[in-house]
Design a protein around this ligand. Structure first.
Ligand code: GRG
Length: 288
């Protein structure tokens, strides 16, 4: 994990515009939000999925970075006063606090654009494969994916959602990008059989939901210093969560079941799925 995290940090640092390049303030802010922190869960998943298809690390570092750029953009926009209005992210002042709102907006826009530029320009497969990757990441990020999930999240404040509604919101807001990370990693290597591709997609969906259920649990059980972001925000903002819906104990049980189901979907890959198995364990037991 440390090796992949280090590699992604180095790749992002190489691919982001230098801090002194004009417009320097924007480029400094882009580097501020992307470098030096973050668990890099999505890149780790991309690398682990890539192992199943024999993908090269040179290709994987590009798609992993593209997904991480989209993730970083989403966090910057999510923290803005017009959205979740938060002042702390990854243990540091949020982008609009450290810089200003207009810069934060442009940072998000620029990171999103850079993600697609990377997928389009780097040598990561045949042109047809690259087009498929661009389509996959765009769909996962847009109104039928992450941005759509965020819209549902914003409109659900103060509402009570039932389990299928909550699941849809999280499948879009958090799950879509996690799923894309897994599938993009796999797409960097040899094609999977239809059966294996479906099994991997099942895994990715379950891992995405698991990630979010754990996030809900941590929001009400961990403290701000450990999380590196403001704890207890969901309840304070009257957001529907798994803990709110089913209580803490049932949410934990639900997470354990999802973890087992995610691991079950990997059975078809045998020992090749070792890293995805380890990551599932990491996601299930993470403390921040
Ligand atoms: C603004 C278009 C737009 C989308 C925002 C993903 C998202 C939608 C908002 C993030 C808010 C949030 C706290 C969501 C819960 C799950 C989540 C994505 C947590 C943060 O991801 P981690 O834990 O963060 O992987 P690090 O900092 O480790 O990268």
């Amino acid at each position: 994990m440390h090796a992949v995290q280090g590699r992604v940090e180095a790749t992002l640092s190489r691919l982001l515009p230098p801090a002194e390049a004009i417009p320097a303030r924007l480029h400094q802010a882009m580097r501020y939000v992307c470098l030096g922190a973050g668990k890099r869960v999505r890149p780790l998943l991309a690398f682990a999925a890539g192992e199943l298809t024999g993908a090269s690390p040179e290709r994987l570092e590009i798609v992993a970075s593209a997904v991480e750029l989209i993730h970083a953009y989403s966090l910057v926009h999510d923290d803005l006063p017009c959205m979740d209005d938060d002042v702390l992210r990854r243990g540091r002042p949020t982008c609009h606090v450290e810089y200003d709102e207009a810069t934060a907006l442009l940072v998000g826009d620029s990171l999103q654009a850079l993600a697609f530029e990377l997928l389009a320009r780097a040598d990561i497969g045949t042109p047809q494969r690259q087009l498929e990757m661009v389509r996959l990441l765009a769909h996962a990020s847009g109104s039928c994916g992450m941005a759509g999930g965020q819209a549902i999240d914003l409109s659900a404040v103060g509402q009570s959602l039932n389990q299928p509604e909550l699941e849809l919101m999280h499948a879009l807001k958090t799950g879509a990008l996690i799923r894309a990370a897994v599938m993009l990693g796999a797409l960097c290597g040899a094609p999977l059989s239809e059966e294996a591709g479906m099994a991997l997609d099942r895994f990715a969906k379950r891992a995405g939901l698991l990630f979010q259920v754990i996030d809900d649990i941590l929001d009400c059980t961990a403290n701000t210093a450990t999380l590196g972001k403001t704890a207890g925000k969901d309840a304070a903002a009257e957001k529907p969560t798994y803990v709110g819906l089913m209580g803490l104990e049932c949410a934990r049980e639900f997470a354990d079941n999802l973890s087992t189901q995610a691991l079950d979907s990997l059975a078809i890959f045998g020992k090749d799925a070792q890293r995805l198995i380890a990551l599932t364990d990491f996601i299930t037991h993470r403390k921040f």
